[in-house]
Design a protein around this ligand. Structure first.
Ligand SMILES: Cc1cc2nc3c(=O)[nH]c(=O)nc-3n(C[C@H](O)[C@H](O)[C@H](O)COP(=O)(O)OP(=O)(O)OC[C@H]3O[C@@H](n4cnc5c(N)ncnc54)[C@H](O)[C@@H]3O)c2cc1C
Length: 424
């Protein structure tokens, strides 16, 4: 049986950062990664740029196989960790190979939730998570480019961050695009109507047709008599209100399912994600979790948090590795995510959940399309959502991190002319 001091399930940014950090801290340890993708580390953040042809495919890779070899990090490529035996400190791969470990990191990320409607398995219905997904999107777009102009119809389902990657991709290729979301307004649970209006007007100004408060009921195939012929392309999306929205290609993003089944069935406590404490340790001694799969205890907020962004995954990989190596460091990060939708840059910083104890200060002007919402709790800034206020990002993250008492500075925060750096 193969044996490692440190075994990591998942070869994404969390897992690979952890492997590199463990090697740095413990040069003589044995380290293994089980990765069900057959690539060295690549950036999911760069995938939309590759799909749009802004960067060549090879530029998405952040590591090559030599990097792993030089560090003595063994990789089980294209292999899945199917089972865990937490008492026996053993993982079993899909082909039955058993690997034992001293300490284990679960960094298995998540997979796209499927569209729960007839026709969702059609080849023209495209999730967007992996490099293979990106290759499929490129192939589908290339294929449709050869078809008549009147077939250049695209649709998007799901108004989350992944759904919002698609409009520029489709626009670049000359597709008329329809965007279908269940909510009455984009991210209405997360921010206010002003922010939603800025995002929606950006989409419509770029030719995207919005269908809010609509749900997809089925994907209609290109053979009307059978509604969906196996292996055929797609023709339209049928919605809850009975509309048939034309679409020859459909991009969707309706949520991520954490890859935690192998851990949950072995007795690792999971809820939305794999539960950890502030040290990223699970309920099982010697098992840690990091990245998109982890639902961690955020001591600063006094509650569990579940984040899906690159910076969080990378930093959690680093902290988990240090703790696996014997340190005892709490994970603490002012999380940030920025999405670019045409000429609009939307940023989320820190804790963007506005509950009853949260006061929200509006900063900037909707008309100028430079608008922010600053979230205050107990006299301190805890989070912000920003539309085209890029210069505010770093000072806001700093104000949150330093827990600056901003009582008395509310008017200054609301004034878009205030340089926020003067507040700390
Ligand atoms: C298109 C796209 C654009 C994005 N843009 C941004 C952005 O602009 N900014 C930002 O901050 N974030 C962005 N993100 C999110 C960010 O990429 C993720 O938060 C981050 O990659 C998560 O890293 P991870 O290592 O936790 O998980 P993952 O990257 O999902 O890696 C986990 C790996 O483990 C593998 N795995 C799962 N189960 C097993 C198993 N049982 N055995 C073996 N291997 C397994 C998975 O297949 C995967 O390869 C984007 C994501 C996508 C898809």
């Amino acid at each position: 049986m193969n044996r490692f001091d440190f075994l990591i399930i998942g070869g994404g940014i969390a897992g690979v950062t952890a492997a590199g950090e463990l090697r740095r801290l413990l040069p003589n340890s044995s380290i293994g990664i089980i990765s069900d993708e057959n690539y060295p580390l690549y950036s999911r953040v760069l995938l939309p740029h590759y799909v749009r042809g802004k960067i060549p495919r090879e530029k998405v890779f952040f590591k090559d196989w030599q990097w792993y070899a030089e560090r003595g990090i063994d990789v089980y490529r294209g292999r899945t960790a199917a089972r865990l035996d937490v008492g026996g400190h053993r993982a079993t791969l899909d082909d039955g190979i058993e690997i034992s470990y001293e300490k284990l990191l679960i960094a298995a990320g998540g997979r796209p939730r499927k569209l729960p409607v007839p026709g969702a398995d059609s080849p023209g219905v495209l999730p967007f998570r992996t490099l293979d997904d990106a290759d499929r999107i490129v192939r589908a777009l290339d294929g449709l480019s050869l078809r008549p102009e009147n077939e250049r119809e695209a649709a998007i389902i799901g108004g989350g961050l992944i759904g919002l990657e698609f409009p520029p991709i489709f626009r670049d290729r000359g597709f008329r695009t329809s965007f279908i979301i269940r909510e009455p307004r984009f991210w209405n649970w997360l921010w206010d109507d002003v922010s939603g209006e800025i995002l929606e007007s950006t989409l419509t100004a770029n030719g995207v047709k919005l269908y809010n408060s609509e749900e997809c009921q089925m994907i209609v195939g290109d053979n009307p008599s059978t509604s969906l012929r196996a292996g055929s392309g797609i023709r339209a999306v049928r919605t809850s209100s009975g509309r048939e929205i034309p679409a020859r290609i459909l991009g969707f993003g309706v949520g991520i399912i954490p890859n935690l089944e192998f851990a949950a069935s072995a007795g690792v406590t999971c809820e939305r994600g794999v539960l950890t404490d502030e040290y990223l340790m699970t309920n099982v001694p010697d098992i840690f979790a990091a990245g998109d799969v982890a639902e961690f205890w955020n001591k600063d907020l006094g509650r569990r948090q579940f984040l899906g962004n690159w910076m969080n995954a990378q930093e959690q990989g680093r902290v988990a590795a240090a703790n696996m190596a014997g340190e005892r460091g709490e994970f603490s990060l002012v999380s940030q995510y920025a999405a670019t939708v045409f000429d609009l840059v939307v940023s989320f910083i820190g804790d963007v959940r506005a509950d009853l104890e949260t006061t929200v200060i509006a900063r900037g002007e909707a008309q100028a399309r430079q608008y922010g919402r600053l979230l205050i709790r107990d006299g301190r800034l805890v989070g912000a959502t920003l539309s085209n206020r890029i210069a505010d990002r770093i000072p806001i993250a700093e104000l949150i991190k330093r827990k600056v008492d901003i009582r008395g500075s509310e008017a200054a925060l609301a004034d878009p002319a205030t340089d926020l750096k003067t507040l700390f």
